[in-house]
Each structure stands twice: as structure tokens, then as C-alpha cells.
Design a protein around this ligand. Structure first.
Ligand code: SF4
Length: 140
């Protein structure tokens, strides 16, 4: 293969990339209530540093998981997979051996992004909601 042929091959998009899929939706076209936006922004601040897990005597990852779930559950864009995401993320943290939260609060005390314990309560509500919907055959 010549140098020119390599360049042509590299620059040519795959056939699937040329499908007329339209453009991305205008972000401001989807209204988000101020309270929901605040929850989403506050929880989106989590940087996944793991300080919460390291500080917790139970080695719980619930503050981290709660931040991710709270961020997405508060936004319209996070609704399509809301229950499935909750069930999957909770199952993943449990399968990896992280402990359960006993409300000690060391996680929130050391979090550099000030993710509050309230997020864990929100995650527990999300889990209950997902389990109830799954029980009714509406969760995935
Ligand atoms: S300490 Fe805070 S920023 Fe770091 S992973 Fe935990 S929740 Fe996220």
C-alpha cells in the first residue's frame, strides 16, 4: 500500500458514518426545572476519585454510585434507561464487594466535591422505584 493510499483509507469515513441520522438535538430545547438542574449539576461534580470509599469503614461505594445515579435521574435525557441503570449500577457495586452504607458520613466529610449524604437517600429511593417498576413488569 502506498503512502497516498494509506492516507485516503484513513480519511474515508466508514459507510455507516454517512447515514442521514440528523443533527444532535438543541440542548436548550429540553426544559429542566431549576431544582432538577441543581441536583444534576451538584452530583455531576463527582470526579470518581474514590476518597469516599477509602474513608468509609464499610468500604461502601454508595456515595459515588449515588452521585452518578442522581445526576442522570434528575435530567430528562436520563429517563429512558433510568430503572435499568439503577438496577445495573447497584448490582455492579454489590457484585464487586463494596459494603453497604450505615450512615456514618465519612464519605461526605472527605468528598472534595461536597457530594451530600442526601444523594445516597436519593439512590435508595431510585432503587425502590426501579424494583417496584420491575415487579410490575415496567422495568428493564
Ligand atoms: S469522594 Fe466525592 S468526588 Fe470522590 S468518588 Fe466519592 S462522591 Fe465522587
Amino acid at each position: 500500500m502506498t503512502e497516498r493510499a494509506v492516507a485516503t483509507y484513513t480519511l474515508a469515513p466508514p459507510a455507516s458514518a454517512t447515514a442521514p441520522t440528523g443533527s444532535a438535538a438543541e440542548a436548550n430545547a429540553t426544559p429542566v426545572a431549576k431544582d432538577d438542574a441543581d441536583v444534576a449539576f451538584d452530583n455531576a461534580a463527582c470526579i470518581g476519585c474514590g476518597a469516599c470509599v477509602a474513608a468509609c469503614p464499610n468500604a461502601s461505594a454508595m456515595l459515588f454510585t449515588a452521585a452518578k445515579l442522581s445526576h442522570l435521574a434528575a435530567l430528562p435525557q436520563g429517563q429512558p434507561e433510568r430503572e435499568r441503570r439503577t438496577l445495573s449500577m447497584v448490582a455492579a457495586q454489590d457484585s464487586l464487594g463494596f459494603g453497604g452504607c450505615t450512615n456514618i458520613g465519612e464519605c461526605a466529610a472527605v468528598c472534595p466535591k461536597e457530594i451530600p449524604m442526601e444523594s445516597i437517600a436519593r439512590m435508595n429511593r431510585e432503587l425502590l422505584r426501579a424494583l417496584l417498576k420491575r415487579g410490575r413488569g415496567k422495568g428493564r
